[in-house]
Design a protein around this ligand. Structure first.
Ligand SMILES: Cc1cc2nc3c(=O)[nH]c(=O)nc-3n(C[C@H](O)[C@H](O)[C@H](O)COP(=O)(O)OP(=O)(O)OC[C@H]3O[C@@H](n4cnc5c(N)ncnc54)[C@H](O)[C@@H]3O)c2cc1C
Length: 446
């Protein structure tokens, strides 16, 4: 059995500039694609060894897709490169004076450092909620939530106690942003088409899906018109929407709201906010609201060789005074431009300043029920928005394998109304396996 002190990063020396990238998400992967292999050594350090397509994560949690269908191992993405070195490890500190980063198993020197660490769930300091609720930020979360939901139905089918059955059949989703809305819609369709066939002894009219939010409308990042249409779709599917409502505590049994209302449930899903996944070591002045302040070249305030891209970067401009939205496109676009700019530097060419190209927003509620805000203040809804959603998501999924599996799953579901992955899988680590424990902890510590 291995112990952490027996491990080392083992990065080969190089004469090329070394770009150390923290993270393996949208920004980090797109950046790497634009750094020529013959001009840079790229060292990617990430606490997840796969690249996940998070917009489809809720479908894994609701048994619509297999986890592997929306993720690719990072090593596979870059297996055609000679000087790319991936290490599955959490970065714990940045040391700008020494130009190194610290990981659990040693330090690594950088010429350029790119922070692409994204966000983590924000529990607003409430440790009890953090401990008892289910997050939805990575594949481990999604498989855990899927197991929890399926296990709740199994137990509801067995219990003789009607109060306990009700508690097992109540699902509360905190946060009516895209994740909360898409999850609620998917669960509602599951309740309508899948669960009654699986559990003929249970009355699914008793299953309540609550979607709660502290704001006064669902999908606040989208236009008021798309919000209104989404609200209507959710109600048509029987989701109970509670707005202007703040969760104050959850002990694993009862959700207590600020206004005193209580809901008994075994499942609270926390999709109520995110905070930047910052790393210790940079001065407080380079951070604002949990994001690194960057200029239009993504350089972190006060540094020429440290960059931040994607969700963790705060780039203010006249058009975006509060920074860009924390969605995939800014991360992809900033990654691409930074890769090109670092390459330009090698050729003594001038750098290009970043300008965000907003391609619009899409959200799905269920079959033929979706909304889209397009550039130019145009909105779409219903079947046409749903078809657009399907095509956009297939287009952006990485790799032919994922596209094929997801399309096959969706076609199967379209015609049968079935979901193929209704399997309960519990995470398990051998007692005494310190490395295994540490890696599971890395995934779940946020
Ligand atoms: C459930 C869900 C649904 C979403 N749906 C949509 C959608 O429909 N459309 C859309 O545009 N956007 C959506 N988003 C947002 C989108 O996924 C993010 O905006 C995007 O992933 C940001 O890219 P990033 O590279 O900044 O960060 P991420 O893609 O989050 O990548 C961060 C990476 O950093 C790693 N990391 C973090 N801290 C450390 C550390 N200390 N050491 C080492 N590695 C670290 C993580 O493991 C991860 O690999 C969704 C997000 C979630 C969670």
């Amino acid at each position: 059995m291995l112990h952490l002190e027996q491990l080392s990063l083992n990065i080969p020396d190089t004469t090329k500039p070394r770009v150390v990238v923290i993270g393996g998400g949208f920004g980090a992967v797109n950046l790497t694609k634009y750094l020529p292999d013959d001009q840079f050594q790229v060292v990617m350090l990430s606490k997840q060894h796969y690249y996940g397509f998070w917009p489809l994560l809720y479908q894994v949690a609701t048994a619509g897709l297999e986890p592997e269908s929306i993720a690719e191992p990072i090593r596979k993405l870059f297996d055609d490169r000679n000087d790319f070195h991936f290490r599955f490890v959490r970065v714990t500190a940045i040391n700008p004076a020494a130009k190194t980063v610290t990981t659990l198993i040693g330090d690594v020197q950088y010429d350029y450092l790119v922070i692409a660490t994204g966000t983590k769930s924000n529990y607003f300091g409430n440790e009890q909620i953090k401990h008892n609720s289910f997050g939805l930020k990575n594949l481990t979360d999604a498989v855990n939530l899927r197991s929890q939901l399926l296990q709740s139905f199994e137990q509801a089918n067995l219990t003789k106690d009607p109060d306990q059955r009700q508690s097992l059949l109540n699902i509360v989703i905190a946060g009516a942003g895209p994740t909360g809305v898409e999850l609620a819609g998917s669960l509602a369709e599951m309740r309508r088409h899948v669960l009654p066939r699986d559990y003929p002894g249970l009355d699914f009219r008793q299953m309540n899906i609550y979607l709660v939010d502290g704001l006064d409308r669902v999908l606040p990042p989208l236009s008021p018109e798309s919000s209104k249409n989404t609200h209507q779709y959710l109600e048509e599917l029987g989701v109970i929407i509670k707005l202007n409502k703040l969760v104050s505590s959850y002990d694993g049994e009862t959700v207590l709201f600020k206004d005193g209302e209580q809901i008994r449930t075994q499942t609270l899903v926390w999709a109520a906010g995110v905070a930047g996944a910052t790393v210790e070591g940079l001065p407080a002045e380079s951070l604002e609201r949990g994001r690194y302040l960057v200029n239009h070249f993504n350089q972190v305030l006060g540094f020429e060789d440290i960059f931040a891209i994607g969700d963790i970067a705060l780039m203010k401009s006249e058009k975006w005074p509060k920074g860009h939205p924390q969605v995939a496109q800014p991360a992809l676009q900033q990654g691409r431009l930074l890769g090109k700019n670092l390459t330009r530097e090698r050729r003594n060419q001038a750098w290009e300043a970043f300008e965000y190209f907003d391609k619009g927003s899409l959200a799905i509620v269920g079959r033929a029920r979706a909304v889209a805000d397009l550039p130019g203040n145009r909105s779409l809804k219903g079947f046409i928005a749903w078809v657009a959603w399907l095509f956009v998501h297939i287009y952006y999924l990485i790799g032919f394998r994922s596209k094929l599996i997801v399309m096959t799953n969706w076609l199967y579901r379209l015609f049968t109304y079935q979901r193929g992955t209704r399997i309960i899988i519990q995470p398990y680590v051998q007692p005494g396996d310190k490395v295994g424990e540490e890696f599971v902890r890395q995934q779940t510590v946020d």
